[in-house]
Design a binder for this molecule. Structure first.
Ligand code: GRF
Length: 188
């Protein structure tokens, strides 16, 4: 039986995308990478793994609804069932949210609702809290809001620099995201 198909949306370095591709037991086929940043490093990784890409430049479209309509058509044509965001730097609009209701998931490097938005690791580090972590959640129209699926705590150690903290958070992300994806797909 062929696997459920998923798309990853990413605009950055793609370490989470790579972790999914390297996960031997991933219960879905990452059939497409959607990227809004021509030249992003994640595109080189997609090429390495032979994953087709759909790259778009939001500036070329009159509105979010217009580019999301194009993305949606592409996803539906490819029979993609799930969307996993991994460093996609855009807020999803109603077009995408309605098309994939309850099937769009994001990963964020903090214990939400603490430290949403950009530079969550830096925010936690600067705040001097004892712990931060990783959250996997369904998305809604907000910034890093939406029902939480799983969280894992990462302690901030006295000797930590922002860089060492980031490394430990990434390690947790790379293990947690594929695990949660599998759990979600098993439930459906
Ligand atoms: C990750 O920290 C993820 O939690 C956040 O964006 C970052 C993407 O990193 N949403 P990468 O491109 O997967 O390395």
């Amino acid at each position: 039986m062929s696997k459920i198909k998923a798309a990853v949306f990413a605009s950055g370095t793609g370490s989470n995308f790579e972790a999914m591709m390297e996960s031997v037991y991933l219960a879905c086929d990452i059939a497409l990478l959607v990227c809004d940043k021509p030249g992003a490093i994640v595109l080189e990784k997609a090429e390495k793994y032979g994953v087709p890409t759909f790259v778009f430049d939001a500036k070329q479209f009159p509105s979010k609804a217009d580019y999301e309509k194009v993305i949606l058509e592409k996803l539906e044509k490819m029979k993609i069932s799930w969307i996993f965001l991994a460093g996609y730097m855009r807020i999803a609009g109603p077009t995408l949210l309605r098309g994939y209701e309850g099937r769009i998931v994001n990963i964020h490097p903090s214990l939400l609702p603490a430290f949403p938005g950009m530079d969550a690791i830096g925010q936690a580090f600067q705040a001097g809290v004892e712990a931060t972590g990783v959250t996997v959640h369904y998305i809604d129209e907000g910034i890093d809001t939406g029902p939480i699926i799983a969280q894992e705590t990462v302690a901030i150690l006295k000797e930590d620099t922002e860089e060492s903290l980031k490394k430990r958070i990434q390690k947790v992300e790379h293990e947690l995201y594929p695990k949660v994806i599998n759990q979600l797909l098993e439930q459906k």
